[in-house]
Design a protein around this ligand. Structure first.
Ligand SMILES: [Fe+2]
Length: 398
């Protein structure tokens, strides 16, 4: 295990019906609210009307910014920053999934940011030096999709409209002040979004589980617990979608998947996400679905180099008995079982299902290299993977 510093200041109010306190809690944080949500209002109009009513009852001024799409774009963020500056907004409330929460975080940090907003996004990867944000407006999150854990971490992902680059920023100033997590809000989610959210949440743990340092037995078991819980619950939810107890448990598991707790001391990379971001940016594929495509291919490419860990995964997640068997066979059986699970919940596992062909691969590899490679021309993974490896994974995911 590596040395680490753990910090997570997010106050969480969790439980069925807790969205009833949004108004009174918001009144403790600000007076002039930017209420951020999706451009497509088909699932949210009633909820948003109720929230506006609660806010007005508390004498709060409300400006709406219902403009966010899946895979949010910088233009949507820029417009949000303009609205905040024009209206002297002092609190941002995000109602939606990871896209809305991430866009809201960048808006919050963008309001006092003196440079072009993209300067803060190019953090970590690019040859250009990023200028991190230093402060942000307070954020209140109301997540409606269990998936990203954006409600309890300090990361945000966005796509540049002009360059079609999808990249991210991490900074303590964009931790939400408060997240009101009400599983009742997720009971009406369509099956595909539910399943993609579950696969995304599992992928956050999988990144950590397979790109970790060695000697993390507690974190391994915490991660296995989160993976098993989400796998078990999502299949039940697809049969019984309005079951608020199932929805509550999967939502909390999804928060723990990436709020930093199970990653403490593990120091993971996120190579599968970096490769998935290029599929989203180029082909508009839902984030969770890109992980459904990349994870099995990544695992099949790398398993021989971390064989013990892949055997452990097969044994502990799928109950495959390794005794007296060739470890490579056991590892592959675990990966096959994992891909079968992803398919069973209705998430694609092949890029060709999204129209990606072999002709696209070289350009995609270059995009990963340009946006996500470290100075040594590899992805932050264990073991590190260069262009050849990225290409092999993409080919394996076709
Ligand atoms: Fe993700």
């Amino acid at each position: 295990m590596e040395s680490f510093e753990f910090f997570n200041p997010v106050r969480v109010i969790f439980g069925a019906g807790k969205s009833a306190v949004i108004g009174q809690e918001a009144a403790k944080l600000g007076k002039r609210v930017l209420l951020v949500s999706y451009l497509d209002q088909s699932f949210f109009s009633e909820l948003l009307l109720k929230i506006v009513e609660q806010l007005k009852k508390e004498q709060l001024e409300v400006v709406t910014h219902y403009a966010i799409t899946a895979n949010p774009m910088m233009s949507q963020v820029r417009k949000g920053v303009e609205l905040c500056r024009e209206n002297h907004i002092d609190l941002i409330i995000a109602v939606g999934g990871g896209s809305v929460m991430d866009a809201s975080k960048i808006i919050a940090a963008g309001v006092p940011y003196p440079h072009d907003l993209w300067k803060m996004i190019k953090s970590r990867h690019d040859v250009e030096v990023a200028i991190p944000p230093t402060e942000a407006l307070p954020l209140l999150m109301v997540p409606t999709l269990p998936a990203t854990s954006s409600e309890m971490n300090c990361g945000a992902v966005v796509t540049n409209d002009e360059t079609v680059e999808k990249s991210y920023v991490f900074h303590e100033c964009i931790f939400p002040k408060l997240s009101i997590i009400d599983p009742e809000l997720t009971c009406g989610l369509p099956k595909f979004q539910t399943a993609c959210g579950a696969v995304d949440a599992i992928s956050h743990v999988i990144e950590s589980y397979f790109n970790c340092v060695d000697d993390t037995p507690l974190q391994d078991r915490l991660q296995e617990g989160v993976i098993l819980t989400i796998m078990e619950l999502v299949e039940k939810i697809l049969i019984d979608p309005a079951n608020v107890s199932l929805r509550a448990n999967i939502q909390w598991a999804s928060v723990l998947a990436w709020n930093g707790w199970i990653q403490a001391g593990v120091n993971p990379g996120s190579p599968m996400h970096q490769m998935g971001h290029v599929i989203s940016a180029r082909f508009g594929v839902t984030h969770g679905a890109t992980l459904g495509m990349i994870m099995p291919a990544w695992m099949r490419y790398i398993y021989r180099q971390r064989l013990d860990r892949y055997v452990q995964f097969a044994q502990r997640i799928f109950g495959i008995n390794p005794n007296g068997r060739n470890p490579e066979e056991v590892a592959l059986e675990g990966i096959d079982a994992f891909e079968e699970f992803i398919k069973r919940v209705g998430v694609p596992t092949r890029m060709s299902q999204a129209g990606v062909s072999a002709h696209d691969i070289d350009a995609m590899v270059e995009e990963v290299a340009r946006i996500s490679f470290n100075a040594d021309q590899t992805l932050a993974s264990r073991p590190p993977v260069g262009r050849e490896g990225v290409k092999a994974v993409y080919m394996g995911a076709l």
